[in-house]
Ligand binder design. Structure first.
Ligand code: C2G
Length: 143
């Protein structure tokens, strides 16, 4: 059984997210999604429209997702790989070369898939005139 792991906020779930998850699952037999918690999103400079539980429930409803775990910090990835016996970490191409992921090559395979152009959570919010992912965090980001 080949086990795949990916990370993300997955807010306002859209077809770019689903395309990533579909391709990630197709690389193995079991897909774990480490979902950014609301607190970690603040560290990432993001404010999700949906809270963690809602985003988790939506991911768990997808046929491609086998398990959702919390992503609480930048440092947990190597432990996640060991704990869940991960063979491959898969991320969208916007993370290619990032020091947040490159070191994982010591622990497992690492694959970047091309991002789906034309859609993003930020674009959806802007098109709907909602605050962007990093708007409204001003006072919080000053901590
Ligand atoms: N994605 C994509 N195409 C898009 C939008 C997103 O392929 N149009 C991919 C991203 O590359 C990522 C996943 O979908 O692999 C989730 O995207 P986000 O929720 O924006 O995740 P991000 O904020 O990049 O969080 O520790 C890593 C972070 O938690 C990743």
């Amino acid at each position: 059984m080949k086990r795949i792991l990916t990370y993300g906020t997955y807010d306002l779930l859209h077809y770019g997210h689903i395309r990533l998850l579909k391709r990630a699952k197709a690389m193995g037999d079991y897909l774990v999604v480490a979902l950014s918690t609301d607190d970690f999103n603040i560290l990432k400079g993001k404010k999700a429209y949906h809270d963690y539980e809602t985003r988790k429930n939506m991911l768990e409803a997808l046929r491609y997702v086998d398990l959702v775990i919390p992503e609480e910090n930048w440092e947990q990835k190597a432990d996640d790989i060991k704990k869940y016996h991960i063979d491959t970490v898969v991320m969208g191409g916007d993370w290619a070369g990032s020091d947040k992921f490159e070191y994982l090559k010591e622990h497992c395979d690492l694959v970047y898939l091309d991002r789906t152009e034309g859609v993003s959570t930020t674009k959806i919010k802007e098109d709907l005139n909602l605050p962007g992912e990093d708007e409204g965090l001003g006072p919080l980001l000053k901590v």
